[in-house]
Design a protein around this ligand. Sequence first.
Ligand SMILES: Cc1cc2nc3c(=O)[nH]c(=O)nc-3n(C[C@H](O)[C@H](O)[C@H](O)COP(=O)(O)OP(=O)(O)OC[C@H]3O[C@@H](n4cnc5c(N)ncnc54)[C@H](O)[C@@H]3O)c2cc1C
Length: 450
Amino acid sequence: MILNKPKQRHYDVVILGSGPAGITTALELSKDPALRIAVIESGLLEPHPTIRTLANVDLNGDFPPDYFPMHTQRCFGGTSTIWGGFCAVLERRAFTAQEWPIPYEEVDRWYPAAAEIIELPEKAYRQPTDAIEGTSELVYKPFYLSPPVRFNEKYHAFFQHDPRVDLVLGTTGTRLVSRGRRVTALELRDSLAPRLPPTVVSADRFVLACGGVGNPRVLLLSDLVGQMPVGLGLMEHPHLYAVAQMFLDRDRLPISTEKDPRVVHALQLADSYCIERGVLSFSADFNVEQMAPTVLLGKRREMLLTPVTLRTEIAPDFRNAISSSDQRDYLGLPLPRVDFHYRYRDLALEGWQLFGEALLRSGLGRPSVLQPEFKIRDGGHLMGTTRMGHSMSDSVVDSNCRVHTTDNLYVAGSSVFPAGGASNPTYTIVAMALRLGAHLASLSGGNAHG
Ligand SMILES: Cc1cc2nc3c(=O)[nH]c(=O)nc-3n(C[C@H](O)[C@H](O)[C@H](O)COP(=O)(O)OP(=O)(O)OC[C@H]3O[C@@H](n4cnc5c(N)ncnc54)[C@H](O)[C@@H]3O)c2cc1C
């Protein structure tokens, strides 16, 4: 049901935030007919100019002033209402290098179900990469395009008709109330009535699904930080648009002759190469529209000539952080302070040079320039601020996405990514939310934590 305040005082699971992470967790949990679930969303069915300002931040560093207005949506469906639909599985490298504390298979097994939700072709998970004959240093790893699925449109009827899953709109979660290791209640404010006193809703389990800034913000407001690196290690995907051109031997690329509008071609440094050289993941888009004459390895020939856009990985750096500002929003809550610097120029150049050298060694092609001029742009992907790990000294959530210091508080979304690879995050966010939903459903009926 769609409501403007919770219908009951207590639910089995309360999920805060109705973007892809929150909605997917609710969908998976709703398969258990015994569970009563509430999804609580700060915004309304459509964006509202006043509520929108609740996503304001106190910004310091490299993000441009319009970064947050352009990259946050406070409404039902969250940022899926404006996302571009680029999808690819996360690189295995991050798991092999044990940056993620779970094996890759733990995420991989949820990619097929996630593909159904965001309407990707089977190839997106059955064959996410193709080897290229004659080189082990480069792989073909395309992006698959979701239509893009707008979660608000696709799941409106589900919330309207399911009597066990309440969607509560126009209601902002401000603070979690705890007793010992248990979170007992969530404090709520009417998003459009700042003078009304707060109410509370209680639950057996709570899930934060408020995005990469919203998740650590609620933990900070709830004083649930302790020794954990809450808010630390913010990552983005630096995008370098049309950074250079490259020539490619079309006949050696594992691409079909038929144009597929759901595929964006890309080459990557292979995971094994990145591990060997200690470099981060790095993806280079190309298109197949134009052929041009060139000279490669002393031979004159016709090759594909294409502009290149790079999507790249940055390492988590605890100086990039979300903390509490002394500025406040109209509900009286401290704004999140965002400190972020890319510190990436040299790494991007190194990555591009390694990529160019691998291209030349393979005989597959060559870059137009090895020292390009470039400007780093953002991708709207905020990751790593409630990172997953083994203990509270290095992370905020455990391998089941449970906040270390609690028995019943969980986090969904890319804030749990301890390494973000070079793939857009939403496919993995949805896969991980399915995994979390299934885990929470498996706990229902008992009070065990896990
Ligand atoms: C312009 C743009 C293009 C993008 N393109 C791509 C792409 O091509 N591919 C890709 O993979 N990703 C893309 N992304 C990123 C993608 O949109 C996000 O990864 C995804 O939406 C994150 O899902 P989420 O549910 O974790 O968070 P969100 O979608 O941000 O949802 C969080 C929800 O929580 C609500 N909320 C926040 N705080 C509170 C609170 N205190 N109380 C109640 N509710 C709260 C918000 O209103 C929002 O509805 C793009 C993003 C942008 C901005």
